[in-house]
Design a protein around this ligand. Structure first.
Ligand SMILES: Cc1cc2nc3c(=O)[nH]c(=O)nc-3n(C[C@H](O)[C@H](O)[C@H](O)COP(=O)(O)OP(=O)(O)OC[C@H]3O[C@@H](n4cnc5c(N)ncnc54)[C@H](O)[C@@H]3O)c2cc1C
Length: 395
């Protein structure tokens, strides 16, 4: 039983259905793109491994037409020399990843969910209480037709950052408030983005520009929390001036900003991934800074690993399977969380003494072939012991 049908919960439900496993998915929002909290205007950078995984579970065919390939990634820090550049061709692939608005991925997931044959979907419906059983959980759910109770041998918390499942299981979490707000909107650059994604770090926080369809770009601008109200109140011309100052002129003049969406940023990490007959996936397990573009990528690897292990086990949710799950996810989870947190801390710290070290590190990752390969492989989402579904499939 999956609680939460967001990007990760829905992907897991589809993967289980594809593996021939019966499941129930409970989602608080009605099954429409505009109503689902994370099927919104954020632009997702999907790693190559993620697209392989979405393809393997039959979602990508509904999304591919709206996606834009990322052929080149360019990382810099304002005021310092050195940069890291990753190029798809140099690593023998057509794209390092793809960008896709979350609402388009949401629409593709909903279409694929409609094709599922073994899955029972309850939406809008909300988990309100859990009761432990000898070999599972009794879940009390409020639906539009009244209360329901459902017994399950495995409870999956895919209910996001403020996870009710995590709280009910008594799993503690570690929180870190970045004191930053992220603004997301589209812009039109003067020059063609040519499939380039940019990430630029500065004392005031990182800024990213992602290639989108129709020559548009997705802008992600981080500001200190205390400046968020003032930035939200800027008119379009003043906002573009600020974005241009922060990002620079690599794509020429930026214009026509779309509607701005603010997101306060925090990191929330569950202290355990599993409990008796229960497991956390996606943001319920770990919510990380969005600037590294890893949250859904990591959460999908949670979901696909869980589906793979469940398909190999007669009793999904037994202790040995859950222990194996936690072991399989450890390296990827810890590595991705450490990288994303460390990147923000290190790349945005203003200390001038760090500047030469940072520049040298950038040069090393840019020029030393084994470091480049490592960075490219990780950037494409091949980390730890990946689920089989994300690996490259030979034609
Ligand atoms: C601005 C921004 C940009 C991002 N960019 C990227 C990116 O480029 N690449 C990337 O990989 N990731 C990115 N992310 C992260 C990504 O969006 C998240 O990691 C992802 O949405 C997590 O999915 P989830 O399903 O775990 O949680 P959510 O999407 O939060 O879904 C949780 C679901 O659970 C439901 N729910 C909650 N409680 C209950 C209950 N009691 N009963 C029933 N249902 C319940 C909610 O309604 C919700 O639909 C970004 C995030 C932000 C904010």
């Amino acid at each position: 039983m999956i609680i939460g049908g967001g990007l990760v919960g829905a992907s897991l439900a589809i993967a289980l259905d594809a593996a021939g496993i019966d499941a129930v998915m409970v989602e608080a929002a009605p099954p429409r793109v505009g109503d689902q909290p994370s099927y919104d205007e954020r632009n997702l950078a999907l790693a190559r491994a993620t697209v392989n995984g979405l393809d393997a579970i039959g979602v990508w065919k509904h999304a591919a037409a709206q996606a834009t390939p990322i052929r080149h990634i360019h990382v810099t820090r304002a005021g310092e020399f050195g940069s890291v550049q990753l190029d798809a061709r140099r690593h023998g692939v057509d794209a390092l990843g793809w960008t896709l608005p979350a609402r388009e991925l949401g629409a593709a997931l909903l279409r694929r969910l409609d094709e599922c044959t073994r899955l029972r979907r309850l939406a809008p419906a909300r988990l309100t209480r859990l009761e432990p059983l000898a070999a599972g959980w009794r879940a009390h759910v409020e639906t539009v037709d009244g209360p329901l109770s459902i017994d399950t041998p495995l409870l999956v918390g895919a209910d996001g950052t403020t996870s009710f499942v995590r709280e009910q299981l008594g799993i503690a979490n570690e929180r870190y408030d970045y004191g930053q707000t992220l603004f997301v909107c589209t812009v039109t650059p003067e020059r063609d983005h040519a499939g380039r994604a940019y990430e630029r770090f500065a004392d005031s926080g990182p800024v990213a520009v992602l290639p989108l369809a129709g020559r548009r770009c997705g802008l992600v601008l981080t500001v200190p929390r205390e400046e968020a109200d003032a930035v939200a109140a800027l008119d379009d011309a003043a906002f573009i001036t600020m974005a241009q100052e922060r990002f620079g002129w690599r794509l020429g003049r930026l214009s026509r900003p779309g509607k701005r969406h603010p997101y306060p940023i925090q990191r929330v990490a569950a202290e355990a991934l599993v409990a008796a007959r229960a497991v956390l996936v996606g943001n319920a397990a770990q919510t990380i800074h969005p600037i590294g573009a890893q949250g859904f990528n990591l959460g999908l690897r949670d979901a696909l690993t869980l589906a793979e292990l469940a398909a190999e086990t007669a009793d999904p949710g037994d202790e040995a399977m859950l222990a194996r799950y936690a072991e399989r996810r450890a390296a990827d989870r810890e590595g991705t969380m450490a990288m994303s947190h460390g990147l923000i801390q290190l790349a945005c710290l203003p200390q001038p003494l760090l500047a030469p070290l940072r520049s040298l590190a950038m040069l090393a990752f840019d020029r030393v072939p084994p470091l480049q390969r490592l960075l490219a492989r990780r950037g494409m989402g091949f980390r730890g012991e990946p689920p089989r579904a994300v690996l490259e499939r030979l034609p």
